[in-house]
Design a protein around this ligand. Structure first.
Ligand code: PLP
Length: 385
């Protein structure tokens, strides 16, 4: 019975152009890769600063494994919390200008955990419709009421806040929207949160390392006081090039999570060697400012070339530069054609993005070269138009 149901669901996905195929992607030098055996330049990773293969990061990982072994062996509250984790938490807190930071195994778990720890039945969450799935799932787990406003629609958010019961309320937003690349209207959200006495949580998974003059994310970009965003989540598998995530906040916010956050408490701590690798990558994020400068140049070059080709871009200033296609079949064909031409660009379809907004999610990295971008534009001209 259940198997028949699954089979017919899978057939349905095929009929709607929503069937997913996992490519086997083997990393090569720089942003080079083999995708299902085809040599390609990867234009859809989140390795925005090109740190995942940096020799210092790789060296730190190997050294960490030599000292600490591979697995942490237990959860943080039992015996899994070691000196590498502790040092990284202190360095991340310092980087974000917060009292403390708490490491999580993934960004997905951090979002589930934070929301479900601080909210419960009867509380309200006001959330942007384009928030990442992990933020939506966190609200479901918390049993709070989910009220979604249209993307970046501050006026609608205000109306919802006016209707909100006086109990717990939290505004939750991506800092940089993962499939659109634009920034949340954070200054307006901060004002509304302060006026309504609501908590504000920002998931800056795609902002850390990239956005803001020193890579400290959207809070820095908008010149906001850290107190304006009491709950800040960052992930380490994107610009940092490693793995894991963190929550940064005041002393008691973190202390409460250590006591109550189930996705923090009931899971094995991150391998300590990953924490060592991330410490090395954090130093590079801070010191190698040329990576952000180069990214900005590549982003401008890509946007100007894509507009000349008449491709439909979104208003994004970040390394996430989607090309809107709309139709699920067309986007899959374009992605396949690009692979044949030597470019890896993922087709993003519903339910990851709203119906009718399928897109090629182009991402840029500081270790792409200008010629790579020019060749990609040529490929897009061929595959999309
Ligand atoms: C905005 C956002 N938050 C959270 C996550 C989840 O982070 P992780 O991959 O570390 O689970 C992602 C993507 O993976 C994301 O795009």
């Amino acid at each position: 019975m259940i198997l028949d149901h699954l089979k017919s669901q899978l057939e349905g996905f095929k009929a709607q152009g929503l069937y997913r195929h996992r490519r086997v992607v083997e990393k090569a030098h720089g942003m080079g890769a083999f995708s299902d055996g085809h040599p390609v330049v990867n234009f859809c990773a989140n390795d925005y600063l090109g740190l995942s293969g940096h020799p210092k990061v790789v060296q730190a990982l190997m050294h960490g494994a030599e000292i600490y072994g591979v697995g942490s062996g237990a959860s943080h509250l039992v015996t899994g919390h070691g000196p590498a984790h502790h040092a990284l938490e202190e360095e991340l807190a310092d980087f974000c200008g917060r009292e403390r930071a708490l490491l999580f195994s993934t960004g997905y778990m951090a979002n589930l955990g934070v929301i479900a720890s601080f909210l419960g039945r009867g509380d309200w969450v006001l959330a942007d419709r384009l928030n990442h799935a992990s933020l939506v799932d966190g609200v479901l787990l918390s049993h709070a009421q989910l009220k979604r406003y249209h993307h970046a629609d501050v006026a609608e958010l205000k109306t919802l806040l006016d209707r909100c019961p006086p109990k717990g309320k939290m505004i939750i937003t991506d800092g940089v929207f993962s499939m659109d690349g634009d920034l949340a209207p954070l200054p307006e959200l901060v004002k509304l949160a302060e006026k309504a006495k609501a908590w504000l949580m920002v998931d800056d998974a795609h902002g850390f390392g990239v956005v803001g003059s020193t890579g400290r994310g959207v809070v820095e970009h908008f010149g906001l006081d850290v107190a304006a965003v009491p709950l800040l989540v960052g992930t380490l598998g994107k610009a940092f090039g490693t793995f894991g995530a963190f929550v940064a906040g005041d002393y008691d916010v973190i202390e409460y999570l250590i006591h109550r956050c189930r996705p923090y408490i009931y899971t094995t701590a991150l391998p300590p060697a990953i924490a060592e690798a991330t410490r090395a990558s954090l130093r590079l994020v801070i010191n190698e400012t040329w990576r952000r400068d180069k990214l900005r140049t590549l982003i401008e070059r890509f946007r100007s070339g894509a507009s000349q080709l008449g491709l439909q871009l979104l208003p994004s200033t970040t390394p996430i530069q989607p090309i809107m296609i709309g139709d699920n079949y067309r986007v899959t064909q374009a992605s396949q054609r690009l692979q044949e031409l030597g470019f890896l660009v993922a087709a993003i379809r519903p339910p990851t993005v709203p119906e009718g907004t399928a897109r090629l999610r182009v991402t840029l990295s500081a270790i792409h070269e200008e010629q790579d971008v020019d060749r990609l534009l040529e490929g897009l001209g061929n595959a999309v138009i």
